[in-house]
Design a protein around this ligand. Structure first.
Ligand code: KG4
Ligand code: ZN
Length: 338
């Protein structure tokens, strides 16, 4: 008998994702985003996100099946994000996943959203070495995780941001700089013509007495706003400000991630989440990992941001490890700890 086909469903924030994985291989996936509907509010509006998931759920599942050349009856298991995330948004995905699992008479698996981000890379680069260090950087998370066997061992959460996530810092500063939402890609583009040394932005929590695994980005956001205010009345040198901000964020993220690898004797670093798309985060991570003899793994962009394939990837590992399925009355866990 071949490997089972696992459908993964993701709906924790503004992306409705469905993906199909068999034996560690991605067969097809589709994502619908309500990002444009949130743009004029400058951030995700939970009610709008939940409605958009109701709208997109079935078409996205259909599209993923089409892409994979499969029918619904080919699905052997359903995996779904149960948390953390926006509760209304999670409810929609879980309700849909339960309905599918019940009608197809296949097992249902609840998946932690961050485990999904970690597993995304396996679809491109194969199984993760045990152990490995994972830096998750997105609009909602900035975390360092020590990962062993994803299907069997709990993920060891080393540290988080104490305030804003790195992506949130990009998005908020972009707004101050008059750049469009989402701000990360806009700052990345604006930074191309800029001088990263033009503004001496701080490097928060990188001192010898600071928690080596904690991050803080709200001070950086304030420093960027103060810098912009000082230019009131004259044109803002957005390229320089963007390059300097990006440099500060990339410096802090990569310095701490490499130090965490060294401290735990880990020789593989995986960087995932939307901010892993940032050109300076990537180049500095490559440089510093190279110097430290650490193998760097970054999944392709489409797997870095929220998607259903990464949830299917965890489901696939759970099924193959013989993990116990979730009961059909399982609930969401919006503030799920790791
Ligand atoms: O993983 P993701 O799609 O969603 C979650 O937050 O879970 O990440 C979105 C975040 C946004 O804050 C966006 O501005 C940021 O990733 N981002 C970037 C880049 N592309 C996306 N930040 C910096 N540079 C980029 N090129
Ligand atoms: Zn995410």
């Amino acid at each position: 008998m071949g490997f089972p086909v696992v459908l993964g469903i993701e709906s924790s924030c503004d992306e409705t994702g469905a993906g199909l994985v068999r034996g560690g291989r991605l067969l097809g996936h589709a994502v619908a985003s309500s990002m444009d509907e949130h743009a004029r509010y400058g951030g995700v509006v939970p009610e709008i996100a939940a409605r958009a998931h109701v709208h997109s759920f079935t078409p996205v599942v259909q599209l993923a099946l089409e892409q994979a050349g499969l029918r619904a009856r080919d699905i052997d298991a359903v995996a779904v994000t149960t948390g953390p995330g926006l509760s209304g948004a999670l409810q929609v995905g879980l309700a849909g996943a339960k309905a599918l699992a019940y009608t197809l008479d296949v097992p249902l698996y609840g998946v932690h959203h961050l485990a999904g981000h970690v597993a995304a890379d396996t679809l491109e680069h194969g199984p993760l070495p045990n152990p490995c260090m994972v830096l998750i950087v997105s609009g909602g998370h900035t975390s360092l995780l020590l990962v062993r066997d994803l299907a069997r061992d709990p993920i060891q959460h080393l540290g988080d941001t104490l305030d804003d996530a790195a992506g949130e810092c990009f998005d908020k500063v972009a707004r101050v700089f008059g750049l469009p939402y989402p701000g990360g890609p806009a700052i990345d583009r604006a930074a191309r013509g800029g001088d990263a040394g033009a503004v001496p932005f701080p490097r928060p929590l990188t001192g010898p007495r600071d928690d080596p695994y904690a991050f803080s980005f709200s001070g950086l956001k304030t420093a960027a706003a103060r810098w912009a205010e000082r230019h009131a009345g004259s044109p803002l040198p957005v390229a320089d400000g963007s390059a300097a901000l990006q440099e500060a964020i990339a410096d802090v993220l990569t310095r701490k991630a490499v130090a965490a690898c060294r401290a735990h004797g880990v020789d593989t670093l995986v960087v995932v989440g939307g901010v892993a798309a940032n050109s300076r985060v990537r180049s500095l991570a490559e440089q510093r990992c190279g110097e430290a003899g650490i193998t760097l793994r970054v999944p392709p962009l489409k797997l870095c941001t929220d998607n259903g394939a990464m949830i299917a990837a965890v489901g696939d590992l759970l099924v193959r490890a013989g993990a116990e399925a979730a009961p059909l009355d399982v609930s969401i866990d919006p503030s799920a700890p790791l």
